[in-house]
Design a binder for this molecule. Structure first.
Ligand SMILES: Cc1cc2nc3c(=O)[nH]c(=O)nc-3n(C[C@H](O)[C@H](O)[C@H](O)COP(=O)(O)OP(=O)(O)OC[C@H]3O[C@@H](n4cnc5c(N)ncnc54)[C@H](O)[C@@H]3O)c2cc1C
Length: 500
């Protein structure tokens, strides 16, 4: 008589309890996997963490791709998280002479959302802790992974001892300096590229203002992301729910090296961002300048992202990008959605039978292989678009040629494209589909495609915009030729009439 075919739940080990690791854990748990989630530092919700960690309210802009990804895993969770966000309908450009200029993000009034990073992470951890299929281990720092024997070694910081755990599937979501990625590079012929850009960033806090009755108000309009573009550097501000703004100064390292005393910095800031200084106050500015770190900006690319049927890199562990499109996290959350859809499309099971557990799982291997193949061009596209957007944000947004091109872009958008796809519609569609559009119809501006159209892949965005851009340049040349022609005819007429 043959022995019964006993099956057990598949074991997934997720490294890194940042937003991407948490969403990946929730996705696998929802599919019925047994998930262990490991995080190096303390639980950020614990009072010990809050009393020891330097509490800064860093926020980020979350948009349709991130929201659609959260929605695909748990719709009510996505809705709850978004209640803590502040919608921003456009950029507010602050010129040096104090003039303000609002540039709306979208014809149809769609917004990006300022969200508190720490709160988002805590909300994710609450969600993860409430799941029956997930066990969370804090203070467990991954040291090494043996992908052949499927064992992982941690430094347990509670006991100062190393411990090991076995897994069927390992998800590396341990951020830009990923240990899982380094371990994977030992067994996978992975291409890897890393670049520090010449700019660094420092964070500042703009306090709430108070009216005569002591009510707190925002010092600036909270429905905008504020930008002070100053050619080679810029200052930005995003609103928080407590009426403060979190501000970030991006500047070349050489420029920051020069600002080596409080006085030099204060004078430099005063001459470049006078209205921001007024809202922040000299004392606060100097305090943040003195105490907040100068942080680097790194850009990484890897390929492939998986190994056989047993490992994958997601989020910043796979691709770090400069933050100028506000897409780093959105893209990392989208990674999870894409993996989820591929697991469904390849009918990957949440259980494994004891009889076959030593064999490679063809379905899972196919899903991971498709992930690497199909996702790579998208990740390269957004990494490069993010780099290009820095020049736009810190300089181009103020130039007449940019503004003229943008106006033409928006005009063509209004004339040619009637399709408005509300997020609720996209959310439903993207729970089961990788993307809905191969080539979007009509004319769509780059920002709209990247930010508000998660049904279009980043690579398709790049190709669509390259085509539109060639048309705009052509229109520009034709326009210039017509203008030159008109000017030429007018001058020859004027010359002839003068000598007539
Ligand atoms: C200045 C700035 C502004 C940004 N603004 C935006 C924005 O507006 N919009 C946007 O979408 N993105 C933005 N980003 C990018 C965004 O912050 C990242 O893309 C996002 O945090 C990546 O999430 P993650 O979960 O992949 O990695 P992380 O958030 O880095 O999480 C990784 C986790 O892994 C843990 N870990 C690391 N090593 C180990 C180990 N050895 N063992 C166990 N655990 C480990 C870490 O403790 C951490 O919790 C910005 C980035 C910067 C720098």
């Amino acid at each position: 008589m043959s022995s019964p075919n006993i099956s057990r739940k598949r074991r997934a080990t997720v490294i890194g309890a940042g937003p991407v690791g948490c969403l990946a854990a929730l996705m696998l748990a929802k599919r019925g996997w047994e998930v262990s989630l490991y995080e190096g530092p303390l639980d950020p919700r614990s009072s010990l963490f809050k009393s020891t960690a330097k509490q800064r309210s860093i926020n980020l802009a979350i948009s349709h791709r991130g929201i659609a990804a959260m929605h695909a895993i748990d719709g009510s969770m996505a809705q709850r998280f978004m209640q803590t966000a502040i919608p921003m309908k456009g950029r507010m450009i602050h010129h040096l002479d104090g003039k303000l200029y609002s540039q709306l993000y979208d014809r149809d009034g769609q917004c990006i959302n300022s969200i508190d990073r720490a709160l988002l992470n805590e909300n994710f951890l609450d969600q993860v802790s409430a799941s029956e299929n997930i066990r969370v281990f804090f203070r467990h720092k991954v040291q090494a992974v043996d992908f052949e024997s499927k064992n992982i070694t941690f430094e347990n910081m509670n006991t100062s001892r190393n411990t090991t755990a076995s897994f069927d599937f390992c998800v590396g979501a341990d951020g830009s300096y990923s240990v899982v990625r380094r371990q994977l590079m030992r067994v996978v012929r992975m291409d890897y590229q890393q670049e520090y850009i010449k700019h660094e960033y420092i964070e500042f806090k703009m306090p709430a203002s108070q009216d005569n009755e002591g009510h707190l108000n925002f010092a600036l309009d909270p429905s905008h992301l504020h930008i002070w573009p100053r050619r080679s550097y810029m200052f930005i501000a995003l609103p928080n729910q407590d009426h403060t703004f979190t501000c970030t100064l991006f500047a070349p390292s050489e420029e920051l090296d020069r600002l080596d005393t409080q006085n030099i910095f204060l004078n430099w800031f005063k001459s470049n961002f006078p209205d921001a200084l007024q809202a922040i106050g000299e004392k606060n500015l100097i305090n943040d300048f003195t105490h907040n770190p100068r942080s680097p900006l790194i850009c990484t690319k890897s390929n492939p992202y998986h190994y056989k049927d047993r490992a994958i890199l997601l989020g910043d562990a796979a691709h770090s990008m400069v933050p100028f499109y506000g897409q780093g996290l959105n893209c990392g959350l989208e990674d999870v959605r894409i993996l989820d859809v591929l697991l469904s499309q390849e009918s990957v099971m949440s259980t494994v039978s004891e009889r076959t557990e030593d064999r490679e799982d063809e379905r899972l291997m196919r899903a991971l292989s498709r992930y690497s193949q199909e996702r790579h061009k998208d990740l390269v596209a957004i990494t490069e678009l993010a780099m290009a957007n820095y020049v736009e944000m810190r300089h181009l947004v103020t130039t007449p040629i940019y503004l003229a091109r943008k106006a033409l872009d928006n005009l063509l958008y209004t004339l040619s494209s009637t399709q408005y796809r509300p997020l609720s519609y996209l959310n439903m569609l993207l729970s089961t589909e990788l993307y809905a559009e191969n080539e979007p119809r009509g004319w769509l501006p780059l920002y709209t495609l990247v930010t508000f159209r998660p049904d279009v892949s980043y690579d398709t965005v790049r190709r669509t915009v390259a085509r539109q851009s060639a048309i705009l340049t052509g229109v520009g040349y034709v326009g210039a030729a017509v203008l030159l022609g008109v000017a030429g005819v007018w001058m020859s007429y004027a010359t002839r009439s003068r000598y007539r």
